[in-house]
Design a protein around this ligand. Structure first.
Ligand code: CP3
Length: 337
């Protein structure tokens, strides 16, 4: 058995690695305890000792194949000196985007703010089992732009007119984001991360005419950069539905995370020559054991001939019982014995 990094390169089919998006988070009492004492979420993300401790919490509890560094995609706007506000239930917001400030930030300003992320990766790598992977991540440019310019409503509907008005600004931001996200990938890799995941959580809000320019092309440029510096990459363009197929054909990542709206049978047959990750609805983890195991077994059965990484179709919900996660890990591990 190899680590997740080699699994992705080899497109291994001989076993099923398992980890969870948001495996370090609010469903864990040990996380909530730290969070209570650290009301400023950005500050917590940029505290390398606490970020290391939080990253290792789910690893200590469950026998997972990989750790994902505790951070957030919104450390990027923060590093561009845009004020990120986390309000309860309302989702995070950027106070008021200032293009002049954004354009003035240079590489060393940016990397200085993010240094604690790289320190946390170094510290985590030291404590983490050698045979376990350490996953770093970034938000894809379009998803970061959604937050930077507040382009969606509370009900997650794209404000199309606002987007149209900001077209010129979007193109300027896009170019700089791609350049700086490459730095963030490079430094995370050099600190010791051996897999990268790109979250394009709001890809599904794009009109089909924008899919290429705002989702596929930026993801492709970042994936090509990962290939150049030799770090395997998993993309998660959430909400693309049948366009997942077009996405992987153009972007060619090593792995693709499917969301809970993707039909797993369709994915198994249509997303080929790639490792497939995830799919299971996070809501399922709130149900009874019988329903959970039925659905877990269904995914294991459907993907038994694919290179498959067990995960969810989005992050673990805060209401999830940690014992449920343990039961799923055991079930998946038994499947191959
Ligand atoms: O365990 C892990 O997966 C690693 C850490 C991680 C966090 N955020 C920590 C976090 C990762 C990989 C992310 C990614 C992230 N952050 C995404 C992409 C994935 C997705 O969920 O679509 C996005 C869009 C964000 C932005 C963000 N950060 C939102 C929308 C929120 C608030 C609501 C929510 O989903 O939790 C956050 C806060 C956040 N990021 C928390 C954690 C543990 C909760 C903070 C808290 O209130 O305690």
């Amino acid at each position: 058995m190899s680590n997740l990094s080699n699994f992705l390169i080899d497109k291994d089919r001989t076993y099923i690695p398992i980890w969870f998006m948001r495996q370090a988070g609010r469903y864990l009492p040990e996380f909530r305890k730290i969070r209570k004492k650290n009301p400023d979420f950005m500050k917590l993300c940029l505290n390398s000792d606490l970020a290391t401790e939080i990253t290792l919490q789910p690893i200590n509890r469950f026998n997972l194949y990989a750790a994902i560094i505790f951070s957030d995609i919104l450390v990027i706007p923060h590093a561009f000196k845009q004020k990120v506000i986390f309000k309860n239930n309302d989702g995070p917001k950027i106070d008021e985007f200032q293009l002049d400030k954004f354009l003035k930030i240079d590489k060393s300003d940016f990397l200085n703010v993010l240094k604690p992320v790289y320190d946390a990766i170094k510290k985590t790598r030291k404590s983490l089992d050698k045979n376990k992977s350490l996953i770093a991540f970034i938000g894809a440019p379009w998803t970061l732009i959604i937050y930077l310019l507040n382009l969606k409503t509370k009900d997650n509907i794209l404000m199309s007119d606002l987007k149209k008005n900001k077209e010129k600004e979007i193109n300027i931001i896009l170019e700089k984001l791609i350049e700086f996200l490459k730095y963030h990938i490079q430094y995370q890799k050099e600190a010791g991360a051996d897999v990268l995941q790109i979250f394009d959580s709001w890809a599904g809000l794009l009109h089909k005419d924008d899919l290429n320019n705002l989702c596929i092309e930026p993801n492709k440029e970042l994936v090509e950069y990962c290939k150049k510096i030799n770090i395997p990459v998993i993309c998660f363009p959430k909400g693309l539905d049948l366009n997942y197929k077009q996405f992987i054909k153009s972007v060619k990542p090593d792995g693709i995370n499917i969301d809970y709206n993707v039909n797993p049978k369709w994915a198994s047959e249509n997303l080929t020559n790639i490792s497939i990750q995830g799919g299971l609805s996070p809501e399922l983890l709130l149900k009874d054991d019988k329903s959970i195991f039925n659905e877990v077994d269904k995914y294991l059965e459907i993907f038994k001939n694919n290179s498959y990484i067990f995960n969810l179709g989005h992050g673990i919900l805060p209401k999830t019982n940690p014992e449920t996660v343990k039961k799923i890990v055991n079930r998946v591990k038994k499947f191959y014995k």
